[in-house]
Design a protein around this ligand. Structure first.
Ligand code: F3S
Length: 414
């Protein structure tokens, strides 16, 4: 039996407007389907239906109609990448798509969203505390929120994240409940781990096995960085539909193995070592050619420390004339990187900082055709996965050091 507060009832009576009533009705319908007995207040939302490539004209019309009807977002709500970069660079959109993207971003802004256009909202101020409920869409950010921040979110979709942002609540079910946050699969990591790509490879391997379970990693160093956990989050959610993981001795709900599994027995255990890593790297590399055409870094969006690393690797060097090197990030992080001098270093080397979007959210196939390229080189397992399936490009996958070396030389294995 659904428990409603007095405030919920007033919303259902239409006292706070028709849009809010409809948004609450959507949440209550889903509550019945997912067997939730109540709603839980949220601290923030993250909305992923923010690119014209992802939502199409129908999605734009849906958001515009809500904005015109007076929809108001009542919690801090950030937005995912859009299909146009901050600079309005030509990324393959036609004029109608570009106009629709503008209308979509404006409508989200009119409703009260912070249109930061980033898949790393936790790097630009949307950073919920441990134990706090939120309604986030964007698979990589969901995993990061649950696992690294210790916040609580289900895998929201565009419409439910918006409805939750308007109502200020979400379903009290799934990862909002303690019992669903227990680990399921134990992963023994049997090799030294260092660098973001190593963690992306691990995540891609484990995500394909654990599917929608909660992996618990044993054997990772306590020195694992936030950037490495960001890459692990993205890859887990790409190969599987993971919403949460634990790292014993590192993440907030996994001080011990016992706590990570909440006293339960794992449903299984797997090993990860050099053989599994090599097989995963091979699976993510489909390009048979050493010729390097388009190198993309920043999936998920680059952090300040990643900018510092890229600047150190590119200082005094020049990207090969036949290569495009993109760095995708949020405007907020790029502003900080500019203050510290990193953006000048990477741009002087010939890299292009492409803010607020990424190759998956632009008109990627059109763009690649216009640039006459057939391959994409990346340090991200998630981007390598989508390069082939969504962009029709042959991925080459490796570390940031290998990617930048290839960008400078114009070929892999230089
Ligand atoms: Fe972000 Fe685009 Fe990767 S949205 S996680 S940079 S595919």
């Amino acid at each position: 039996m659904m428990q409603l507060t007095d405030d919920d009832r007033r919303i259902l009576d239409g006292e706070q407007g028709e849009v809010k009533r409809k948004a609450l009705e959507l949440l209550l319908t889903l509550a019945r389907i997912y067997d939730a007995d109540s709603l839980v207040p949220i601290d923030s939302a993250h909305i992923n239906g923010a690119s014209i490539v992802a939502v199409g004209e129908t999605g734009v019309g849906f958001v515009e109609d809500m904005a015109s009807d007076g929809a108001t977002i009542v919690v801090p709500a950030t937005t995912n990448p859009k299909s146009l970069p901050f600079t309005d660079k030509d990324v393959g959109l036609d004029a109608a798509q570009a106009a629709a993207q503008g209308r979509l971003s404006q409508a989200l802004g009119r409703m009260g969203a912070q249109v930061c256009s980033s898949c790393t909202p936790y790097l630009v101020g949307n950073t919920p505390g441990r134990g706090r409920s939120v309604a986030w869409a964007e698979s990589s950010a969901i995993v990061y929120a649950n696992s690294v921040l210790g916040a609580r979110t289900n895998r929201e979709g565009g419409p439910t994240a918006i409805a939750s942002a308007i109502v200020g609540k979400t379903l009290r079910t799934g990862y909002h409940l303690d019992e669903n946050r227990a680990g399921t699969l134990l992963v023994h990591v049997r090799q030294p781990m260092s660098g973001t790509t190593a963690y992306g490879t691990l995540g891609y391997f484990v995500g394909g096995i654990v599917k929608d379970g909660v992996p618990v990693f044993e054997g990772l160093p306590a020195s694992v960085t936030m950037d490495e956990l960001k890459m692990l989050s993205a890859a887990l959610a790409t190969a599987g539909s993971v919403a949460m993981f634990h790292v014993i001795g590192v993440t907030p709900e996994a001080a011990t193995r016992e706590l990570a599994f909440r006293g339960r027995k794992p449903t299984g255990a797997i090993e990860y070592g050099p053989l599994e890593e090599a097989a995963t790297v091979a699976a993510l590399t489909r390009s048979g050619s050493d010729k390097t055409e388009w190198v993309t870094l920043g999936c998920p969006h680059f952090s300040l420390t990643e900018f510092a690393h890229a600047a150190a690797l590119l200082a005094g060097r020049k990207v090969h004339g036949d290569v495009m090197l993109w760095i995708n990030s949020s405007t907020g992080v790029v502003r900080q990187a500019a203050k510290l001098g990193y953006t000048k270093v990477v741009e002087d080397a010939g890299a292009e900082i492409v803010c607020e979007t990424c190759p998956v959210h632009i008109a990627g196939r059109v763009y690649a055709r216009r640039q006459n390229i057939t391959s994409l080189t990346t340090n991200s397992a998630k981007m390598a996965h989508y390069a082939f399936g969504q962009l029709g490009l042959y991925p080459r996958y490796g570390t940031i050091e290998e990617c930048i070396r290839a960008a400078i030389a114009g070929r892999w294995n230089a």
